[in-house]
Design a protein around this ligand. Structure first.
Ligand code: NAD
Length: 259
């Protein structure tokens, strides 16, 4: 599905980014794995050990010069960039509204929203010059409706959806596509505290029960959608925020049956 595609994936050191990197390499892509942590190197090493092609860059997606540099790494190393998955994100810590500070807001927005903008901006330069390219972002069901994160996190993800919608029109007629995935509850590094707490209380069977699939999701279930949206198979999908949430966002308020 991704043969002859060179793709940059941020947040590749853990969770959804790692799973997507492994899947994308399996589908034939050459992958530039980007993360703040040494998880980026681990993911690239895992891809190479499995016979794929990858390189890693340690970078902060909120720093413009670093974003420009890792996009350039893809071009220098593999000759071209075909797609970017702006996936890195932070939870913001789920603080209640009255405890959130301006610094909390700035931290959350700088990674989740400005980081996505920078990835789109610096890959777009190459995509416009070559007349094709796929930008994919990780938003969240929190960007669609309440109750999946703090105010800062939810606003940061609503911002990602808006970036996708407005950029789709700003790139009118250029051959560039931009989309977002809105994951529901996925077991990753970010949600580990939620899972740990539920397990500690013996309530693991309650996790993810409020969606009609009656379970939480795995990172690879987001990764499969990500690989599709980055590929030419999604050639007419543009400007969309696609929920991958087991059906959670399809409902009006609902109380699940207790048996
Ligand atoms: N896990 C879920 O339930 C869920 C639901 C909806 C949306 N999301 C979104 O999915 C994306 C991936 O998160 P995840 O769940 O895989 O969590 P994760 O914590 O396992 O992975 C996130 C990765 O992003 C990296 N990162 C954070 N800040 C960075 C920065 N400034 N520069 C570079 N890398 C940075 C982290 O080091 C980490 O490796 C995030 O945007 C998150 O908001 C997750």
């Amino acid at each position: 599905m991704l043969e002859n595609k060179n793709i940059v994936i941020t947040g590749a050191g853990s969770g959804i980014g790692r799973a997507t990197s492994l899947l994308a390499a399996g589908y034939g892509a050459k992958v530039v794995c980007v993360d703040l942590t040494d998880g980026a190197e681990e993911t690239a090493a895992e891809i190479i050990a499995a016979g794929g092609t990858a390189t890693s860059v340690r970078a902060n997606v909120a720093e413009e010069a670093e974003v420009e540099a890792f996009v350039q790494t893809c071009v220098d190393q593999y000759g071209r960039i075909d797609g970017i998955y702006a996936n890195a994100g932070v939870s913001g810590g789920r603080k209640p509204m009255n405890e959130l500070t301006v610094e909390d807001w700035q931290r959350t927005l700088s990674v989740n929203t400005v980081g996505v903008f920078l990835a789109a901006k610096h890959s777009l330069k190459h995509f416009l010059a070559q007349g094709h390219g796929a930008i994919l972002c990780t938003a969240s069901v929190a960007g669609l409706r309440a109750n999946a994160g703090g105010v800062d996190y939810s606003a940061s993800k609503a911002g990602v959806i808006s970036i996708v919608q407005t950029t789709a029109y700003q790139t009118y007629g250029t051959g560039v596509r931009i989309n977002a995935i809105c994951p529901g509850l996925i077991e990753t590094g970010m949600t580990k505290p939620t899972f740990d707490l539920a397990r500690e209380r013996g309530k693991e069977d309650k996790i993810g029960q409020i969606n009609p699939m009656k379970r939480f999701g795995q990172p690879s279930e987001i990764g499969e959608m990500a690989c599709f949206l980055l590929s030419d198979r999604a050639s007419y999908v543009n400007g969309q925020a696609v929920p991958v949430d087991g059906g959670l966002s399809s409902s009006h308020p609902w109380v699940y049956p207790r048996s």
